[in-house]
Design a protein around this ligand. Structure first.
Ligand code: ADP
Ligand code: F6P
Length: 320
């Protein structure tokens, strides 16, 4: 395989640029040409591709976001849209495509491979960490560290005023950001979509915390459960407590990628390029027990996502 393309798709994530950089420089080292696709599948359909070289990715490893930009593209979910994408890839002589994105982007990649036989390789780029086949996705470590920094700042002021705070974090169907940031940040409670929570038990625990003299009460709430103000009203209706709410929102999606995300990006990109070079398309790259793996994209998408219940147990115990 002599000519490949790379695109970023779906929600952006810190580390995507490090993955683009590694893809370009490693592919060139393997005597391959690399084309960048702008704005994900939308750009692919519109033919927005440009040849990249080592200088194209200079001074990008430390930058959040994606220099290729990303987009959501409903047209790609139509046969006409996918037909156009294949036409563009053939017109440019592209023989393989690397997709950096989340589960939605992977579904698009799967269709290109299964329905059109077009060789693709996936790199897991999403802050949610919601892909079951891999221990971590690009951007997750950076996002959790961003939340951690916010918890520290918020705890300072809540402690000063003897207040509780509900911090709403991203993660529509996956509570990993809330869980990992809650454990690492010493939160008093982590509320995630995967584990039903009992409002009465939460209120009882908050009352105990006051009696025990805990200096602050920080609750991490994944957005997929409910919004912070709804939960605030529910708690205030049950116990006399002063609660503030913070919705962290998009600061979790930006920022300079952590060391972990930059190293993961490089390892995944090399593996993805090698898969295409060795004609092993149709796979997605990930990390399992610190080893880089490649899994059939259909199999990867079929794996049920489960939260680490033991980690949740530990986090809950240590919050007492
Ligand atoms: P993420 O990749 O972060 O999960 P999305 O779910 O928004 O982000 O998906 C990104 C893009 O992938 C969508 O805008 C669409 O172009 C494409 N896509 C998503 N789901 C499918 C699907 N089932 N079939 C084909 N393409 C899809
Ligand atoms: O999928 C990553 C993610 O950041 C989710 O955690 C969040 O709910 C969603 O994307 C936000 O999507 P958008 O950027 O389209 O508002």
């Amino acid at each position: 395989m002599r000519r490949i393309a790379v695109l970023t798709s779906g929600g952006d994530a810190p580390g995507m640029n490090a993955a683009i950089r590694a893809t370009v420089r490693y592919a060139i080292s393997q005597n391959m040409e690399v084309f960048g696709v702008e704005r994900g599948y939308d750009g692919l359909i519109k033919g927005n591709l440009y040849k990249m070289d080592s200088r194209s990715v200079s001074d990008t490893i430390h930058r959040g976001g994606t220099i290729l930009k990303t987009a959501r593209c409903p047209e790609f979910q139509t046969k006409e849209g996918m037909d156009k994408a294949i036409e563009v890839l053939k017109a440019y002589g592209i023989e393989g495509l690397i997709v950096i994105g989340g589960d939605g982007s992977y579904r698009g990649m799967k269709d290109l491979y299964v329905q059109y036989g077009f060789p693709c390789a996936g790199i897991p780029g999403t802050i949610d960490n919601d892909l079951a086949y891999t221990d971590y996705t690009l951007g997750f470590d950076t996002a959790v560290n961003t939340v951690l920094s916010a918890i520290n700042n918020i705890r300072d002021t809540m402690t000063s005023h003897d207040r509780a705070c509900i911090i709403e974090v991203m993660g529509r169907h996956c509570g990993d950001i809330a869980l990992y940031a809650g454990l690492a940040g010493g939160a008093e409670a982590m509320i995630v979509p995967e584990i039903p929570f009992n409002l009465d038990e939460l209120c009882a625990a908050m009352k105990r915390n006051i009696i025990k003299g805990k200096v602050s009460d920080i609750i991490l709430l994944a957005e997929g459960v409910c919004d912070a103000d709804t939960l605030k009203k529910q708690i205030e209706a049950k116990i006399p407590i002063v609660i503030r709410t913070v919705k962290l929102g998009y600061i979790q999606r930006g920022g300079t990628p952590s060391m972990a995300d930059r190293v993961l990006a490089a390892r995944c990109a090399v593996k993805a390029v090698d898969l295409l070079k060795n004609d092993e398309g149709g796979k997605v790259v990930g990390i399992k027990n610190n080893a880089i793996i490649a899994v059939d994209v259909v199999e990867a998408l079929d794996m049920p996502r489960v939260i680490d219940k033991d980690l949740y147990r530990i986090a809950t115990l240590l919050s007492q």
